[in-house]
Design a protein around this ligand. Structure first.
Ligand SMILES: [Zn+2]
Length: 291
């Protein structure tokens, strides 16, 4: 167990400077909507675009703006996240309520998932991630799974790096079909299914809910590669996935992308990466800025 970080919150003014340095790395501000540089400075820290007249502030359109934490709280939260503390401890470290911590962690996980080259696919209708935020705010997760079915992810190793790929052509139904008709071994852990090797992937992963006919799964002789310890990534995440409270199909892609980041940056401080992700703009195609 890690020791909880110091309860002393970072100074808000210094924390704000640290966030601003990540938001505007070269100090040159621009409009988040049309990218016109040199906005006018208005009262109370607001800025106005000379091109499209859009009024914004330093954090407008960025992931950290999805929830209203003070800069010092964001710094404390990302430090605690980097130490892999539980949500309750993270809430204490940032001096916020449990529910606020849950929301802030969702914003952080969305920010992390948005950094990779696979982000356009991850935020497509295949996953439901785009249902978690709109109009600059987080919104409650959808009840029903995407029309395309529960998404399936493939685990791939290249050197020492792991890649967690969304495979849009596969769904939970395909996995059940492969299990039945092609004897693909499938192991169940709660609502999560992990399969034997499939094509170039060392395992396929998905998270369903009670609507999935788990009873339909057949067991086949022999060992599932991942479940028998063959996949370093599955070894890394099987216990961690158990610890996520309320693991749902909708947040599953976020947890997988977080675990991919943790796996690929073991023994490194994740806090700077987390802060940079939070300070990046939400791509317009994921969330258009209001007019
Ligand atoms: Zn503009």
């Amino acid at each position: 167990m890690h020791n909880p970080p110091s309860m002393t919150l970072p100074d808000d003014e210094q924390a704000r400077e640290a966030l601003l340095a990540r938001c505007w790395p070269d100090g040159r501000k621009f409009c988040p909507r049309c990218r016109t540089p040199h906005p006018y400075t208005l009262a109370e820290g607001r800025l106005r675009c000379a091109g499209c007249r859009y009024t914004f502030h330093d954090f407008t359109g960025r992931w950290l703006n999805l929830t209203g934490l003070a800069p010092g709280q964001w710094l404390a939260l990302t430090r605690a996240f980097a130490l892999e503390l539980g949500t309750r401890e993270i809430a204490e470290a940032a001096n916020i309520s449990y529910n606020t911590a849950l929301k802030a962690l969702t914003a952080l996980r969305l920010a992390i998932a948005a950094q990779g080259p696979d982000a356009p696919l991850l935020f497509s209708p295949h996953t439901g991630l785009h249902h978690l935020f709109a109009s600059g705010k987080l919104i409650p997760a959808p009840e029903s799974p995407p029309k395309t079915g529960f998404p399936v992810f493939g685990i791939l190793h290249r050197g020492r790096r792991v890649f967690v790929d969304l495979i849009p052509e596969l769904t939970a139904e395909s996995i059940l079909h492969f299990n039945h008709n092609f004897h693909l071994r499938v192991h169940r852990q709660g609502n999560v299914l992990v399969t034997d090797r499939y094509k170039t992937y060392e395992a396929l992963l998905l998270c369903g809910d009670e609507s999935l006919p788990f009873h339909y799964l057949q067991s086949h002789a022999g060992e599932c590669f991942a479940q028998s310890g063959g996949s370093l990534f599955w070894n890394f995440c099987r216990e961690r996935l158990r610890r996520y409270k309320g693991l749902s199909w909708c947040r599953f892609p976020l947890y997988l992308k977080e675990l991919e980041l943790r796996f690929n940056h073991q023994h490194q401080d994740l806090a700077p990466l987390a802060l940079s992700a939070l300070c990046s703009h939400i791509p317009e195609r994921f969330m258009p800025l209001s007019t």
